[in-house]
Design a protein around this ligand. Structure first.
Ligand code: AMP
Length: 114
Protein backbone atom coordinates (compact mmCIF):
# COMPACT_ATOMS: atom_id res chain seq x y z
CA UNK A 1 0.00 0.00 0.00
CA UNK A 2 1.34 3.40 -0.99
CA UNK A 3 -0.33 6.31 0.82
CA UNK A 4 -0.60 8.62 -2.20
CA UNK A 5 -1.58 6.00 -4.76
CA UNK A 6 -5.05 6.32 -6.27
CA UNK A 7 -5.17 2.64 -7.26
CA UNK A 8 -4.19 1.53 -3.74
CA UNK A 9 -7.17 3.60 -2.55
CA UNK A 10 -9.41 1.80 -5.04
CA UNK A 11 -8.08 -1.54 -3.75
CA UNK A 12 -8.89 -0.66 -0.13
CA UNK A 13 -12.21 1.00 -1.01
CA UNK A 14 -11.23 4.50 0.13
CA UNK A 15 -12.22 5.86 -3.27
CA UNK A 16 -14.98 4.33 -5.37
CA UNK A 17 -14.61 2.44 -8.63
CA UNK A 18 -16.88 0.26 -10.74
CA UNK A 19 -15.25 -3.01 -9.76
CA UNK A 20 -15.81 -6.02 -11.99
CA UNK A 21 -13.48 -8.54 -10.40
CA UNK A 22 -11.75 -8.99 -7.05
CA UNK A 23 -9.74 -11.84 -5.62
CA UNK A 24 -6.88 -12.25 -3.19
CA UNK A 25 -4.30 -10.88 -5.60
CA UNK A 26 -5.95 -8.67 -8.19
CA UNK A 27 -8.75 -6.15 -8.66
CA UNK A 28 -10.35 -5.05 -11.94
CA UNK A 29 -12.58 -2.06 -12.57
CA UNK A 30 -13.89 0.11 -15.41
CA UNK A 31 -11.60 2.95 -16.47
CA UNK A 32 -13.04 6.34 -15.44
CA UNK A 33 -12.05 7.85 -18.81
CA UNK A 34 -12.74 5.04 -21.30
CA UNK A 35 -10.89 5.02 -24.61
CA UNK A 36 -13.16 2.33 -26.09
CA UNK A 37 -16.69 1.04 -25.42
CA UNK A 38 -15.08 -1.48 -23.07
CA UNK A 39 -12.07 -0.19 -21.11
CA UNK A 40 -11.16 -1.97 -17.91
CA UNK A 41 -8.06 -1.95 -15.73
CA UNK A 42 -6.62 -4.98 -14.00
CA UNK A 43 -4.27 -4.24 -11.11
CA UNK A 44 -2.42 -6.16 -8.40
CA UNK A 45 -3.57 -5.49 -4.84
CA UNK A 46 0.08 -5.02 -3.92
CA UNK A 47 1.62 -1.70 -4.88
CA UNK A 48 4.09 -2.26 -7.75
CA UNK A 49 4.92 1.00 -9.50
CA UNK A 50 5.36 -0.33 -13.03
CA UNK A 51 6.37 -3.38 -15.00
CA UNK A 52 9.98 -2.29 -14.43
CA UNK A 53 9.45 -2.85 -10.71
CA UNK A 54 8.06 -6.38 -11.03
CA UNK A 55 10.49 -9.16 -10.16
CA UNK A 56 10.94 -12.67 -11.48
CA UNK A 57 8.90 -13.83 -8.47
CA UNK A 58 5.94 -11.83 -9.77
CA UNK A 59 5.67 -14.01 -12.89
CA UNK A 60 2.59 -15.87 -11.68
CA UNK A 61 0.90 -12.61 -10.68
CA UNK A 62 1.58 -11.10 -14.11
CA UNK A 63 0.18 -14.23 -15.75
CA UNK A 64 -2.94 -14.03 -13.60
CA UNK A 65 -3.45 -10.42 -14.67
CA UNK A 66 -3.31 -11.42 -18.34
CA UNK A 67 -5.66 -14.35 -17.82
CA UNK A 68 -8.05 -12.09 -15.90
CA UNK A 69 -8.00 -9.81 -18.94
CA UNK A 70 -8.97 -12.72 -21.14
CA UNK A 71 -11.74 -13.81 -18.77
CA UNK A 72 -13.10 -10.25 -18.55
CA UNK A 73 -12.97 -9.92 -22.35
CA UNK A 74 -15.20 -12.97 -22.47
CA UNK A 75 -17.55 -11.70 -19.75
CA UNK A 76 -17.79 -8.23 -21.28
CA UNK A 77 -18.54 -9.58 -24.76
CA UNK A 78 -15.37 -8.57 -26.60
CA UNK A 79 -13.53 -11.88 -26.82
CA UNK A 80 -13.54 -11.77 -30.65
CA UNK A 81 -11.20 -8.77 -30.58
CA UNK A 82 -9.58 -6.90 -27.76
CA UNK A 83 -6.32 -5.25 -26.84
CA UNK A 84 -4.23 -5.67 -23.69
CA UNK A 85 -1.87 -2.77 -22.99
CA UNK A 86 0.69 -2.07 -20.27
CA UNK A 87 2.09 1.46 -20.45
CA UNK A 88 5.47 1.47 -18.73
CA UNK A 89 7.02 4.84 -17.96
CA UNK A 90 5.74 8.37 -18.52
CA UNK A 91 7.07 8.54 -22.08
CA UNK A 92 4.95 5.49 -22.93
CA UNK A 93 1.84 7.13 -21.47
CA UNK A 94 1.86 5.76 -17.93
CA UNK A 95 0.10 8.29 -15.71
CA UNK A 96 -0.76 6.16 -12.67
CA UNK A 97 2.29 4.55 -11.10
CA UNK A 98 0.64 1.40 -9.82
CA UNK A 99 1.06 -1.42 -12.32
CA UNK A 100 -2.05 -1.99 -14.43
CA UNK A 101 -3.18 -3.85 -17.51
CA UNK A 102 -5.61 -2.04 -19.80
CA UNK A 103 -8.29 -4.16 -21.46
CA UNK A 104 -9.80 -2.35 -24.46
CA UNK A 105 -12.39 -3.47 -26.96
CA UNK A 106 -15.73 -2.91 -28.61
CA UNK A 107 -14.37 -0.85 -31.50
CA UNK A 108 -11.94 -1.28 -34.36
CA UNK A 109 -8.34 -1.05 -33.14
CA UNK A 110 -5.61 0.18 -35.43
CA UNK A 111 -1.89 -0.44 -35.37
CA UNK A 112 0.56 1.06 -34.59
CA UNK A 113 -0.86 2.98 -31.62
CA UNK A 114 0.06 6.67 -31.43
P1 AMP B 1 -1.98 4.91 -17.71
O1 AMP B 1 -2.05 6.20 -18.47
O2 AMP B 1 -1.53 3.74 -18.53
O3 AMP B 1 -1.18 5.06 -16.43
O4 AMP B 1 -3.46 4.55 -17.31
C1 AMP B 1 -4.07 5.05 -16.17
C2 AMP B 1 -5.55 4.92 -16.38
O5 AMP B 1 -6.18 5.07 -15.13
C3 AMP B 1 -6.15 5.96 -17.32
O6 AMP B 1 -6.78 5.30 -18.42
C4 AMP B 1 -7.15 6.69 -16.44
O7 AMP B 1 -8.32 7.07 -17.12
C5 AMP B 1 -7.42 5.66 -15.36
N1 AMP B 1 -7.86 6.20 -14.08
C6 AMP B 1 -7.29 7.20 -13.37
N2 AMP B 1 -7.97 7.40 -12.22
C7 AMP B 1 -8.97 6.49 -12.21
C8 AMP B 1 -10.01 6.18 -11.28
N3 AMP B 1 -10.16 6.86 -10.11
N4 AMP B 1 -10.88 5.20 -11.58
C9 AMP B 1 -10.75 4.51 -12.74
N5 AMP B 1 -9.77 4.73 -13.65
C10 AMP B 1 -8.89 5.72 -13.39
Amino acid sequence: MSADCIFCKIVDGTIPAKKIHEDGEIVAFHDVNPQAPVHALIIPRRHIESLNDASAGDGALLGRMLLAGRELADRLGISAGYRIVVNSGASAGQSVFHLHVHLLGGRLMRWPPG
